[in-house]
Design a protein around this ligand. Structure first.
Ligand SMILES: [Zn+2]
Length: 268
């Protein structure tokens, strides 16, 4: 089986009382959280009139760890952005005294609206960041992010988490990056958060990568997360929730893995 870049998916969320592709409701609720938390909002660029937003701690401090959470690179992987919104709703402002938090909530808005994987130009927005790995060129979204490369590298200095889903899977798994030979505490803790909602994938090949104990470890493709790790992020992860499962459960699992990422960072 392989993924169709244009197959459209839509799920209903009981938590947010809307359909997964309802970008107007998503942006309105996101704006409410930004106001409540006094997050700095920056429009990095626009795709077909839709902003690529970077949200950041109100007052970044040089002495604090800096981590980046991103979601919504693939339009049909909707529990990532909604999970980010759910995660934000549980954040209290005091956290910004302990961590410089940056968020890229929705990196493929045109795909999100359609509920399909690629952007409306038929490109994969999670390829083309790391040069020399494959033939992929940066997409319109990738160019916008790469134009802000130094900003994003600084924002992810102590870690990058990007939240994806897999529409073909019933089980969860994690791409992770750590400067060691085997998955360590960082990888284990993040997979542990996902495993509270879903069974972990059996050892197999997924998208040509061997999964071992739920991990695809230190796999450098031309993805956004691989690029940031190569650029100096201490650790990195790409979570994969199984999109054959209930949508709200996936939202809660995405929210939980984001919270675990923050908790791990604070414990360092
Ligand atoms: Zn994806």
């Amino acid at each position: 089986m392989s993924r169709s870049p244009y197959q459209r998916y839509s799920w209903q969320s009981e938590i947010f009382e809307c359909a997964s592709h309802d970008i107007d409701r998503f942006m309105a609720l996101l704006d409410e959280e930004c106001q409540r938390l006094n997050l700095k909002q920056r429009v990095l660029g626009k795709v077909e009139g839709q902003p690529l937003l970077l949200l950041q701690s109100p007052n970044a401090s040089a002495g604090l760890p800096s981590i980046l959470i991103s979601s919504g690179f693939h339009g049909e992987e909707a529990a990532g952005p909604w999970g980010l919104l759910h995660f934000l709703s549980g954040v209290s402002p005091e956290i910004f005294e302990r961590v410089n938090l940056s968020l890229l909530p929705l990196n493929n808005p045109t795909g999100f609206i359609k509920g399909h994987r690629f952007n409306i130009f038929g490109e994969n927005p999670n390829r083309g960041y790391l040069a020399g790995v494959d033939d992929a060129k940066p997409t319109i979204e990738g160019k916008i992010l790469l134009e802000h490369g130094q900003l994003l590298q600084a924002a992810s200095k102590d870690g990058i988490l990007t939240c994806h889903e897999d529409v073909l899977q019933t089980h969860t798994y994690l791409y992770s990056f750590e400067p060691r030979q085997q998955p360590g505490a960082f990888s284990q803790q993040l997979l542990g958060a996902l495993a509270e909602s879903f069974d972990v994938a059996m050892d197999a090949d997924i998208d040509g990568c061997p999964v071992n104990n739920g991990f695809i470890f230190n796999h450098f493709d031309s993805s956004f997360e691989a690029w940031l790790v190569r650029s100096g992020a201490k650790v990195g992860a790409c979570s994969e929730t199984p999109a054959t499962q209930n949508f709200d459960r996936r939202i809660l699992a995405n929210s939980a893995v984001m919270q675990r990422f923050v908790d791990f960072t604070l414990a360092q």
